[in-house]
Design a protein around this ligand. Structure first.
Ligand code: SF4
Length: 364
């Protein structure tokens, strides 16, 4: 899948660097003392995002591994922390925010200095943290090469006050199945109807493969999460999303789901020209949008409320108590959908409480 592999001289002797290189031995490997030159070359190409997805750079994370989710201004956020092991993604969703977010560095960077990560995260027993690796990349799409899960799952099971969520659109779960102790680990899938997967989520697993994988993880007693995000409106979207929810609950026991999030399509204005250029056949960006309080383009509020109310009611046909929350929405929308006004602190506390109670009970 990669055309070029670069290794930063600073990580060439690390064990994880070696392990990864042994998995990609058919691709020529080049070493560099100056990663910025490699990045500049890719940035100068005609389609830096597409080109960057074919270039792997093994390097060190010079900054913190654990960062706060950038969230968004003036909307209710969930207080999530991001474990930054990789930037960029080998999959290619048309709406992916990373195309704009990492515009200055479109290469797939894998950080192999895991010792620094272990040292940095020693404090994790102090307070309660919800952590995920799926914000700056897909958590599992490269796991057969990186083997990150073989390291981070045992690492996190030692932490009393942290949970780790691995979020994916793939069926790349092989490494997970050999890990016996995963008592505070959540495997989550982002879901969309087959039409959206086919037209907008290039390189990802089909819906049936995602649910099949979720089902296998369920039998291995992993906690499961599902994210309907972004929900995308198109003619007859209701029929397809209702069917998607029927399919989810005909495969998965709601008792094994720690949470479901809902979020509608939203994007920074700077992402629009990138999508137009890279995905000329997509129509999702030509709906009617308003500029939200965070300067992102969103569907009009009554439309978002209608979408959330409908999706929530379809979920409630299967479960009265599965935990559902909205991602980056206004207090007003929360009130219209759930009947109460939510705050960032309130949502963060509610998710912490949900996680603690869920894992105390465990997955039966
Ligand atoms: S799977 Fe996630 S990170 Fe990867 S391209 Fe799609 S939206 Fe972006």
């Amino acid at each position: 899948m990669f055309r070029e592999i670069w290794v930063d001289e600073k990580v060439k002797d690390l064990k994880l660097t070696d392990n990864i290189l042994s998995k990609v031995s058919n691709i020529p490997i080049k070493y560099t003392k100056d990663c910025s030159t490699v990045i500049s070359k890719i940035k100068a190409s005609l389609d830096p995002v597409r080109k960057g997805k074919k270039v792997l750079l093994l390097t060190q994370n010079k900054g913190p591994f654990l960062v706060s989710c950038p969230g968004t201004k003036n909307y209710v956020c969930c207080g999530y922390k991001i474990l930054n092991l990789t930037t960029n993604c080998n999959l290619d969703c048309s709406y992916c925010i990373l195309q704009a977010y990492f515009f200055n560095n479109p290469i797939i960077q894998i950080f192999t200095n895991l010792d620094s990560m272990s040292n940095e995260l020693n404090f994790l027993n102090d307070s309660f943290y919800r952590i995920g690796t799926g914000e700056f990349t897909d958590s599992l799409s490269l796991d057969d090469i990186t083997g990150f899960t073989k390291f981070i799952i045992p690492f996190f099971t030692q932490k009393k006050n942290a949970i780790l969520e691995l979020k994916t659109k793939t069926a790349n779960i092989k490494n997970l199945l050999n890990i016996k102790d995963h008592k505070n680990i959540i495997i989550s899938w982002s879901l969309n109807p087959p039409k959206i997967i086919k037209e907008e989520e290039s390189g990802t697993a089909s819906l049936s493969k995602r649910l099949e994988s979720a089902n296998v993880c369920e039998t291995h007693k992993y906690a499961l999460g599902f994210h309907f995000d972004p929900i995308i409106r198109y003619p007859n979207w209701e029929k397809d999303y209702k069917k998607l929810i029927d399919t989810l609950f005909s495969n998965i026991n709601p008792e094994h789901i720690i949470w479901i999030s809902l979020g509608t399509l939203r994007f920074m204005p700077t992402l629009k020209p990138i999508i137009e250029e890279r995905f000329p056949n997509t129509s999702i960006i030509y709906d009617e949008f308003i500029t939200g309080l965070d300067d992102k383009l969103r569907y009009f509020k009554p439309i978002r409320i209608d979408i959330y109310q409908k999706v929530l009611s379809w979920i409630r046909e299967y479960s009265d108590n599965v935990f559902v929350y909205l991602c980056m929405e206004s207090t007003n929308v929360w009130e219209k959908v759930f009947g109460y006004r939510q705050t960032t602190a309130g949502l963060s506390n509610a998710l912490d409480k949900r996680a603690k109670e869920f894992f105390k009970k465990g997955v039966k």
